[in-house]
Design a protein around this ligand. Structure first.
Ligand code: AMP
Ligand code: MG
Length: 478
């Protein structure tokens, strides 16, 4: 179809957040950019959301923030949050704007949000902008997560602004369009809790229940439902060797989706205390500690709902019990998911030891996380270990256990990805894009859309980094 025959860009907005009281947000438009150019557009996602694409220049104008589409109600949402354990009573969308919401074919509601769209009252010292690197990283990683089957926000569009943003050096500016089940965070509850605004807390509670957890009747119900989703999410991350890197309470979505791919990274060589984020000096958000941190974050969520319950003592008791149940929930979910990774359908006594033993040997043997698990069904596992005898020892007991499993190979191949967005590949992709070459971005996108399939033409993308390619640290990417 040529551009003149193409239907105009249309987003079927159906907005609800903007009907909440005005203290939930600041209504404003994006700051226009110099020369918006569409870098990427997710046609499949657009179709699911009933969005008609229009011409490239229309899409660039809308998703770069230069044109407010019909029906949009742009606003910056306010929230608070614990960042590395310290509480900030007011954060909010400092570089993002909610354009509005749409309903997909199943009637499920989604936020359409611009990220990198200019300053808001919540920008503090920030410029409200994003540079190309984090925009492409989030685009690629969030779509890869979707393909991996991990709950996540999605990416609809990436636009080059034609402007430079000043970081340590001048870098190309970009805007990401993010799609999320909502942007309600633990920090959204904390914001109103910190201000003692119980009326707003009640409104937020009702809104959240209605939008995400219609079966929940009480704050305790909501807490338990959110905990269940967070437990599943964090274990999913662990099962693919993922380290979120900045699990602040403002980056913990109540919908249970992965949100904010700032210093996000994947482990190559397995080690439980791996940290990549350049600012995480204490290892607060290390691979293994993610399980503890999510419980800590849920404790903050629970605290913020205490004023919603009449009998404070009873509420504190019940909420505490729900949070204290988390380690056991995480452990059992972890056991279930990691058992699948070694081909076991139903966990039995002894399986946890089998899993832990493999992980210990992997850490000692400097084994690659992704490739070791994949090789369990594809072959060549022992080659992943610096001392292959460390694997052989374990293999004997494992093979014996698998005799009772119907189809361990198929199970393992369905849960152990072949290809993940390895840090060095993501960094190389960003460097190429900054130099004007988007071929690595396109290629990674394509390959990562089928992470569980063996793709011989993409074999190079399954390799761990060479010593010279290892990414030592990742950055928040503002
Ligand atoms: P995040 O790193 O996404 O968790 O962001 C933490 C807080 O910093 C949020 O309130 C963001 O809106 C804000 N922020 C991050 N980068 C910028 C920026 N470039 N300009 C303004 N605010 C920002
Ligand atoms: Mg954030």
């Amino acid at each position: 179809m040529n551009d003149s025959a193409r239907p105009a860009l249309h987003i079927p907005f159906d907005n609800s957040y903007g009907t909440l009281p005005e203290r939930f947000y600041h209504r404003q438009s994006a700051t226009p950019v110099k020369a918006p150019k569409l870098l990427a557009f997710n046609h499949a996602l657009a179709a699911d959301l009933g969005i008609t694409t229009g011409t490239e220049s229309e899409a660039a104008a809308v998703f770069g923030g230069n044109q407010v589409p019909d029906g949009a109600d742009p606003l910056a949402q306010v929230y608070a949050g614990h960042q590395f354990g310290g509480f900030s009573p007011q954060l909010g969308d400092g570089r993002a704007l909610l354009l509005g919401e749409v309903l997909d074919q199943n009637g499920q509601r989604f936020d359409i949000q611009l990220k990198g769209s200019g300053r808001t009252p919540f920008s503090r010292n920030g410029d409200g902008r994003a540079w190309l690197g984090p925009v492409l990283r989030e685009y690629l990683l969030s779509e890869a997560f979707h393909a991996l089957g991990v709950p996540t926000t999605r990416a609809l569009a990436a636009v080059d602004t034609g402007e430079r943003v000043q970081r340590e050096t001048g870098l190309p500016g970009a805007v990401l369009t993010r799609v999320a089940s909502s942007h309600i965070r633990v920090g959204t509850f904390q914001y109103f809790y910190a201000r003692g605004d119980v009326e707003a807390l009640n409104t937020l509670f009702d809104y959240t229940v209605n939008r995400h957890y219609p079966a929940a009747e009480t704050p305790l119900d909501l807490l338990k439902a959110v905990i269940a989703r967070q437990v599943a999410l964090v274990v999913k991350w662990m099962s693919i060797g993922f380290i979120h890197g900045v699990m602040n309470t403002d980056n913990t979505s109540l919908s249970g989706e992965t949100i904010d791919f700032g210093p996000a990274a994947f482990m190559d060589t397995y080690h439980p205390v791996t940290v990549y984020s350049s600012i995480d000096h204490q290892g607060r958000y290390s691979y293994d500690n993610q399980a503890n941190i999510i419980a800590w974050n849920m404790a903050q969520f629970a605290s913020s709902m205490v004023p919603l319950v009449e009998n404070t003592d009873a509420a504190v008791k019940e909420f505490t019990a729900a949070v204290n149940a988390m380690p056991a929930l995480i452990r059992s979910e972890w056991r279930r998911v990691f058992a699948q990774k070694i081909g076991i359908t139903h966990v039995r006594d002894g399986d946890e030891t089998l899993i832990s033993d493999l992980l210990t040997r992997m850490a000692e043997g400097r084994a690659d996380f992704t490739n070791t698990f994949r090789a369990l069904s594809a072959g060549g596992t022992r080659d992943q270990f610096t001392d292959p005898a460390r694997f052989d020892d374990w293999e004997t007991g494992w093979r014996k256990r698998l005799q009772d499993e119907p189809e361990p190979e198929a199970l393992m191949a369905s849960v152990n990805p072949c290809v993940i967005p390895r840090n060095h590949r993501v960094e190389q992709m960003i460097q190429s894009a900054v130099a004007g070459d988007y071929a690595p971005f396109e290629r990674l996108q394509k390959v990562l859309s089928r992470p569980y399939d063996t793709q011989p033409e993409a074999e190079d993308l399954t390799h761990p980094p060479l010593d010279s390619e290892v990414v030592q640290a990742t950055f928040c990417g503002t």
